[in-house]
Write a protein that binds this ligand. Structure first.
Ligand code: NDP
Length: 245
């Protein structure tokens, strides 16, 4: 994977950081997109550079069409090309539909689904020109099963699966693969808000009995980005300890 360049949205923290560092360990140059936490982005940048690859950070709200276009153009200018796009940036604004505010529905769809569309759209001609490329969208078991209190999040993650399959069909003949990874519960800041009791009851619903780690998702993404996965497209890989089986 040496000399390849990957863009990882939300690559600064949590699962995104693990993906960034896993790809960097394989010699992939990394463009790390974050939205506001500069300190976390700087820390990930340092860790990636220590692995000997070319790395840069880009502050960008992926739900902003024009900002994401400018960022993709800047990455291509500074790093030469894009071989791998990982749409990992995601947010939650949980609540029952009864109480969910319209703004909370829109915000989650805007980042989780439209953000991925924006990035794919702006990378499209780069991939076509290179006659190769890997797009990996981070969905969720919530998008496969639905989750009470997460109508916005489940809809965005189910939408990502539809987006993945449509893009896979559009680009397959051009040598570009598009797949999704659907994590179950993974220990990150996103799940840190759960109480110990909630974590215990979640673990009981997981056949393997434990929450996953960010590295579990990173390994799957690294596989999908590698030559070993060259004939896989339009697939959704659950990494969930059997939860959505
Ligand atoms: P975190 O909350 O730990 O990290 C989110 C990352 O996304 C941060 O780097 C953040 O940047 C970035 N981000 C948020 N909003 C934007 C935006 N508008 N534009 C650009 N970047 C943005 O999340 P996780 O690591 O837990 O989750 C990563 C992905 O995995 C998400 O898509 C999530 O839905 C999915 N997932 C997570 C699960 C889990 O159990 N943790 C389970 C299933 C799926 P900054 O720090 O600058 O705000």
């Amino acid at each position: 994977m040496k000399n390849k360049t990957a863009v990882i949205t939300g690559g600064s923290r949590g699962i995104g950081r693990a993906i960034t560092l896993k790809l960097a360990q394989s010699g992939v140059n990394v463009a790390i997109i974050y939205s506001g936490n500069e300190a976390a982005a700087q820390e990930t940048l340092k860790l990636a550079q220590e692995l000997g690859v070319n790395a840069n950070i880009y502050k960008c709200n992926v739900s902003d069409f024009n900002a994401s276009k400018e960022t993709v153009n800047a990455i291509i200018k500074e790093m030469g090309k894009i071989d791998i796009l990982v749409n990992n940036a995601g947010i939650t604004r949980d609540g029952l539909v009864f109480t969910m505010k319209e703004a909370d529905f829109d915000a989650v769809l805007d980042v989780n689904l439209k953000g991925a569309f924006n990035m794919i759209k702006h990378c499209y001609s780069n991939f076509i020109k290179n006659k190769s490329g890997r797009i990996i969208n981070i969905s969720s078991v919530s998008g496969l099963m639905g989750n009470a209190g997460q109508a916005n999040y489940s809809a965005s993650k189910a939408g990502l699966i539809g987006l993945t399959k449509a893009v896979a069909k559009e680009l397959a003949a051009k040598g570009i693969c598009c797949n999704a990874v659907a994590p179950g519960y993974i220990s990150t800041e996103m799940t840190a808000a759960l109480t110990e009791e909630q974590k215990k009851s979640i673990a009981q619903a997981i056949p393997m009995g434990v929450l996953g780690e960010a590295e579990d998702i990173a390994s799957t993404v690294a596989f999908l980005a590698s030559d070993s996965a060259r004939y896989i497209t339009g697939e959704v890989i659950r990494v969930d300890g059997g939860m959505a089986m």
